[in-house]
Design a binder for this molecule. Structure first.
Ligand code: SF4
Length: 165
């Protein structure tokens, strides 16, 4: 069962969101928040020579290559969920390293806040990621979605109408 980078972030944000997303219920095309995020991403990288690729099945990200080193770049709209963003990019580094590629660093861009955050994969992260992968697989294999649990994040979630209206 493939685990995607987005699912790693959703796992930390809300297991129900993870389940809905992984079962093909995509509300993102109808979400203003997601649209703004995509626009920010395009604007941030407009002048830079990034390449967006899907090196690992299910994980699509921007990167720049310096010699044999790959640096991942990810744009996020807000820093509110930075713990989830960090685990997502660490997961990308983890995937690339397992493929034998030289990747140590990811940079998360927060253009609205005019901030960048550099993230590295620490030794203890590998265990955390492997645990997360197991949990994500369990959640995805559930026959029905985890119940609605109100969180501070819900109001800006693309699935808000689905869960609460
Ligand atoms: S609206 Fe709230 S409960 Fe529903 S998927 Fe989003 S975060 Fe989870």
């Amino acid at each position: 069962m493939i685990v995607r980078g987005t699912e790693v972030a959703y796992y930390l944000i809300c297991p129900r969101k993870l389940w809905l997303f992984s079962h093909g219920l995509r509300m993102e095309p109808f979400s203003d928040t997601v649209f703004i995020g995509k626009l920010l991403s395009e604007m941030t990288f407009r002048r830079e020579r990034h390449k967006e690729v899907e090196i690992v099945e299910g994980s699509k990200f921007d990167f720049i290559r310096f010699g044999d080193e790959i640096v991942i770049h990810e744009v996020k709209k807000s820093r509110k969920l930075d713990h989830a963003h960090k685990l997502q990019v660490k997961f990308y580094i983890y995937q690339l390293r397992r493929m034998g590629l030289n990747c140590r660093t990811a940079i998360i861009h927060y253009p609205k806040a005019m901030r960048k955050e550099e993230v590295e994969l620490e030794e203890e992260d590998e265990e955390r990621i492997e645990r997360a992968i197991k949990e994500i697989r369990k959640i995805k294999a559930m026959k029905s979605p985890p119940p609605v649990k109100k969180r501070g994040y819900c109001r800006t979630c693309a699935y808000y109408n689905f869960c609460f209206v």
